[in-house]
Design a protein around this ligand. Structure first.
Ligand code: GDP
Ligand code: MG
Length: 596
């Protein structure tokens, strides 16, 4: 294909602003899906994605479009919309020359969209601003066109208006893509270089790698090389999605498609890596390759310990599909055998847990999420701590915690509520801008550890659901962090230890102690529940003693009844955990970790 006739673009939009619906209309209008085959949200493949309305994995779709009597090839590259996948978003934007900025005309732009817009501007993409849902009675196209115009520096009249639902304005949008987005440029004679912008595991075909060719050409049967690892593979199949796979012999400058080499693990074909030819390698990989870096960690345990082998197997399978997922086995006195899993962020954590439960039928419990601390000891040695149990004893000099830069968009009436929340979470305000007369963007530097607990929920409830949030890593800072242990009759219960800021230690300790007091049944002796920092007790609750003599109820007579009761008691004991001398039903631990 002549690069001059190719247009590569993606759609940047907030969840629910209509990206999938707009994609459906484009598929229909360009004729690649006919009316009979059409179903809503055609491209949303994963079940979980469809149900939750979020895009996890990007796809690329090739569509023909005629403009001014000339035939063009449009490649629409879908981007994941969420903060946890910023790196994947940046790679899929890197594969494009233009981006459609799609904003709900009844809602206005949201924080994640703004963050992704900044990524697109950083990548020098041409932005086509579009308001969607103009058919809605609640649409305010003038107001939001002005808002978008002031953010990207165009005229309100340049903002296209469409209804993805009715299709109104969509042909004009495709024409605008052809007219405004630059054609790809690249050196057809140079050694091949292609950017991997997505990599998906398929049980039948192995890993399907999505590439955008920058220079040269890739063909079936070529031996290709991954530039980050040097690993070489033969290309068994190449093709494009239109939207179903169509095999082709090769891809040239500016083209977007997929290739299959038979590898079975997405970690061998990583997003951001450069593909070149083994026989004629390029000297210089494309810029910007990064290894995915887990930011949030949690212990994940099967509720029933016999499920441990299934959990291991499920994680192995998920990892084939998710290069960002890392895990290692861990044991807990309270929860048994499980894994410590590293996630890109909170949504990634939720998605992984949900997939484990849904696709593999596992019942799981997770510990509170933790972040990655760097602990420097007085003797100069250093520890990386992602699990409270690894928090070093001994003389600590400084603890460093990861921090993020956040931007929060909300109606101006909630400025006070958001400030209060961020201050309560040790945030430092970086700036505040009015996007329009009644909407603001607030920027804060916040410890990541303060966000992983319940920040999203707290933000939503304080702003009646109107605020949106995005964050990006911003290094680390020294902080007064301590490890709080929860002791049952003097014995620490590992699953409840947490690393928290010293000022929050009492709040955490007394909350967990009172939760456990309500959930742990009385024992034959009095049981203290304490929260402690090292040897210092900071909070205490007591479970009073009870004489639990089941046989007393039997009036000494009926032997078989007595035996039955003893049997029953033994059954019940199976799911009991011993913490020192204290018997705790596993359900109590599970409940204490889930009621938040
Ligand atoms: P996505 O999360 O950005 O992919 O958004 P969807 O395409 O799933 O759309 C979210 C919701 O908005 C769905 O209920 C759509 O039917 C609805 N929707 C999308 N576009 C329009 C539109 O132009 N007009 C109206 N009235 N509803 C729309
Ligand atoms: Mg969608």
């Amino acid at each position: 294909t002549d690069p001059a006739t190719i247009r590569n673009f993606s759609i940047i939009a907030h969840i629910d602003h209509g990206k999938s619906t707009l994609a459906d209309r484009m598929l229909q209008l360009t004729g690649v899906v006919n009316a009979r085959e059409m179903r809503a949200q055609y491209l949303d493949k994963m079940d979980i994605e469809r149900e939750r309305g979020i895009t996890i994995k990007s796809q690329a779709v090739r569509m023909p479009w005629t403009h001014d009597g000339r035939g063009y090839v449009l490649n629409m590259i879908d981007t994941p919309g969420h903060v946890d996948f910023t790196y994947e978003v940046s790679r899929s934007l890197e594969a494009c020359e233009g981006a459609v900025l799609l904003v709900d005309a009844a809602q206005g732009i949201e924080a994640q969209t703004l963050a992704n817009l900044y990524l697109a501007l950083d990548a020098d993409l041409t932005i086509i601003p579009v308001l969607n849902k103009i058919d809605l009675p609640s649409a305010q196209p003038e107001k939001f066109a002005a808002e978008i115009a002031s953010i990207i520096g165009c005229q309100p009249a340049d903002v296209l208006q469409v209804s993805a639902k009715t299709g109104a304005g969509v042909p004009e949008l495709l024409d605008a893509v052809v007219a405004q987005v630059p054609a790809p440029t690249g050196d057809a004679q140079a050694p091949a270089r292609a950017l991997i912008f997505d990599s998906v595991y398929d049980i039948y075909r192995g890993v399907v790698t999505y590439v955008r060719v920058v220079d040269g050409e890739l063909s079936t049967r070529d031996r290709i090389r991954m530039m980050s690892t040097g690993a070489a593979h033969e290309v068994l199949e190449m093709g494009v999605h239109s939207p179903e796979p169509v095999v082709c012999a090769g891809l040239g400058v500016g083209e977007v498609g997929y290739l299959i080499t038979g590898v079975k693990d997405v970690r061998q074909s990583r997003v951001g890596d450069t593909v070149t030819l083994a026989t004629r390698p390029s000297a210089q990989p494309l810029a910007g390759y990064k290894q995915p870096k887990p930011m949030v960690f949690a212990g994940v345990y099967p509720i029933d310990s016999v499920d441990f082998p299934q959990l291991r197997e499920a994680l192995e399978k998920l990892q084939l599909n998710d290069a960002a997922l890392v895990y290692e086995p861990e044991t807990s006195g309270a929860l048994g055998f499980g894994f410590r899993i590293g996630f890109l962020g909170l949504l990634h954590m939720e998605i992984v847990q949900e997939r484990l439960e849904r696709e593999f039928g596992l019942d799981l419990i997770s510990t509170a999420p933790s972040v990655n601390y760097r602990v420097v000891m007085e003797d100069g040695s250093q520890h990386r701590v992602t699990n409270p149990s690894e928090f070093p004893e001994g003389k600590i000099d400084t603890v460093f915690e990861p921090v993020v830069r956040t931007n929060i968009l909300c109606p101006a009436e909630f400025i006070g509520a958001v400030m209060e929340l961020c201050q309560g979470r040790r945030g430092e305000q970086l700036g505040l801008d009015y996007l329009s007369e009644d909407r603001v963007e607030m920027r804060y530097r916040l410890p990541l550890g303060e966000i992983v607990f319940d920040f999203f929920d707290a933000l939503k409830s304080r702003t009646k659901g109107y605020a949106s949030l995005d964050y990006e890593e911003d290094g680390e800072q020294p902080s007064d962090m301590v490890k709080v242990d929860i002791l049952l009759n003097g014995e620490p219960v590992d699953a409840f230890s947490a690393i928290v800021h010293r000022e929050k230690a009492f709040g955490y300790g007394s909350e967990m102690a009172s939760r456990l007091r309500k959930l742990i049944p009385r024992q034959q002796f009095e049981v203290p529940i304490q929260a402690a920092i090292g040897a210092r007790i900071i909070a205490r609750e007591t479970i009073r003693a009870v004489r639990k003599d089941v046989l007393a109820k039997c009036y000494g007579g009926d032997i078989s009844r007595k035996r039955k009761l003893l049997e029953k008691q033994k059954q019940g004991k199976k799911r009991m955990k011993m913490v020192g001398r204290v018997e705790v039903p596993q359900e109590a631990f599970v409940a204490a970790l889930t009621t938040s």
